[in-house]
Design a protein around this ligand. Structure first.
Ligand code: SF4
Length: 387
């Protein structure tokens, strides 16, 4: 059964004061998605995570607060990070009340929380005040705790195999909405005595289509006076918006760049990724070369491996030709199945054969393990399911 039928919009469990209906809906959801934990009512409020430090300083000065106060609040927001004004214990009570009343603590409300059966992957579906939904995923590895965050609700790029692409574009996320996803998981991990080690910006949306907000969010996360997360432990992924790759290179940003390539010929890539019709492989690879000349940073290429589509020896050899002379690494990940795309994940044997061709040609390649298949952990799968 499609969840849209039982959800009827994400506020359904709180509408009309109908507690009985709510519990029926929750029961249905629990059957549909084991692990569901919460369906709250999101609130529309200006977020305390929207202003940058100078804007927060200006606001608190307007409120008559002393100049040092903004840095104090900033520290609580990003260094600790506090989940509510009540936790900001060294602020005057009147200021805490005002912060709570006028700004609100964030725009994301957890709608669903799902845990994979192996406990290694945790996915959260967040509701936004305008009834959009975005997802973020925490992946546990032996020594790493990596989160994958979203930069848009939906996506305009329309990659055929992607659940988010199948939803279409809804809107760009604001800076605060991007940052909040990270802070949410940082708090969760900290409660369990763990620490976030890596951030990948590969969730819903094309980060370079929402470039300014995404980069400001990266600045916020790496701010030494704030969250102070290492830029080298952040990877931003693009499907190939050439002008934005060029801008990213010019800005000499320290976060890593990953390019979703997925096909080695224009014919196949244009079928899979419509953006290739605008920025074909020659232009994209030239932008990658130019990025490397300007930054001397290694590039990662992402390749969703689809059986009998892009997992052939011919495609592997094409990929070798494209990446010749570049310092790069290829991440191969067998396709996460989606409802509206018939392609299937390549078998382990085919993935291994693909990797061997790349490595024999001198390109390091990692076959990534698919995570959280049982909780629809692929980008946009859950939001698409509940849309
Ligand atoms: S793969 Fe990325 S860029 Fe392509 S549709 Fe999905 S979210 Fe958008």
């Amino acid at each position: 059964m499609a969840l849209a039928a039982v959800l009827g919009g994400r506020n359904c469990a709180n509408r009309a004061g109908d507690g009985a209906r709510s519990s029926v809906l929750l029961g249905v959801l629990r059957r549909e998605i084991p692990g569901i934990s919460l369906i709250p009512q999101p609130t529309e409020k200006r977020s305390i995570y929207d202003p940058n430090l100078p804007a927060l300083q200006a606001l608190l000065a307007e409120w008559g607060e002393p100049p040092y106060r903004a840095r104090q609040v900033w520290g609580w927001l990003y260094r600790r990070p506090a989940a509510s004004p009540e936790e900001m214990t060294d602020l005057p009570a009147a200021l805490r009340r005002r912060l709570s009343r006028e700004l609100g603590f964030g725009r994301l409300e957890k709608v669903l929380e799902l845990h994979s059966s192996d406990g290694e992957t945790e996915k959260v579906l967040f509701g936004l005040p305008d009834n959009r939904q975005v997802e973020a995923v925490l992946m546990r590895y032996q020594r790493r705790r990596t989160i994958c965050i979203s930069t848009q609700a939906g996506c305009a790029m329309g990659c055929v195999f992607c659940a988010t692409g199948q939803m279409g574009f809804q809107r760009h996320l604001r800076v605060g909405e991007i940052v909040e996803q990270v802070l949410y998981f940082a708090r969760q991990l900290s409660h369990r005595g763990e620490r976030l080690t890596n951030i990948v910006v590969m969730g819903m949306g094309e980060p370079f289509h929402n470039y300014d907000a995404t980069m400001e969010a990266m600045d916020r996360l790496t701010d030494p006076d704030g969250f102070n997360f290492g830029a080298r432990r952040i990877t931003v992924s693009t499907v190939g918006l050439v002008p934005m790759i060029e801008r990213f290179a010019r800005e000499q940003r320290q976060v890593n760049l990953a390019v979703s390539l997925h096909a080695a010929t224009d014919e196949l890539r244009s079928e899979m990724l419509p953006i290739n019709r605008k920025y074909p492989l020659a232009a994209l690879m030239e932008a990658c070369r130019s990025y490397q000349r300007e930054t001397h940073r290694r590039l990662t290429f992402e390749w969703a491996l689809i059986e009998d589509v892009n997992d052939t020896a011919e495609q592997a050899r094409g990929l070798l030709r494209l990446t010749r002379g570049l310092d790069s690494h290829v991440n191969v990940i067998p396709l996460n199945p989606t409802r509206k795309y018939a392609g299937a994940a390549s078998t382990r044997e085919r993935a291994r054969a693909f990797k061997e061709i790349l490595e024999a040609g001198g390109i390091p390649c990692t076959i990534r393990v698919r995570r959280g298949i049982d909780i629809n952990a692929g980008c946009g799968q859950l939001a698409n399911l509940t849309a």
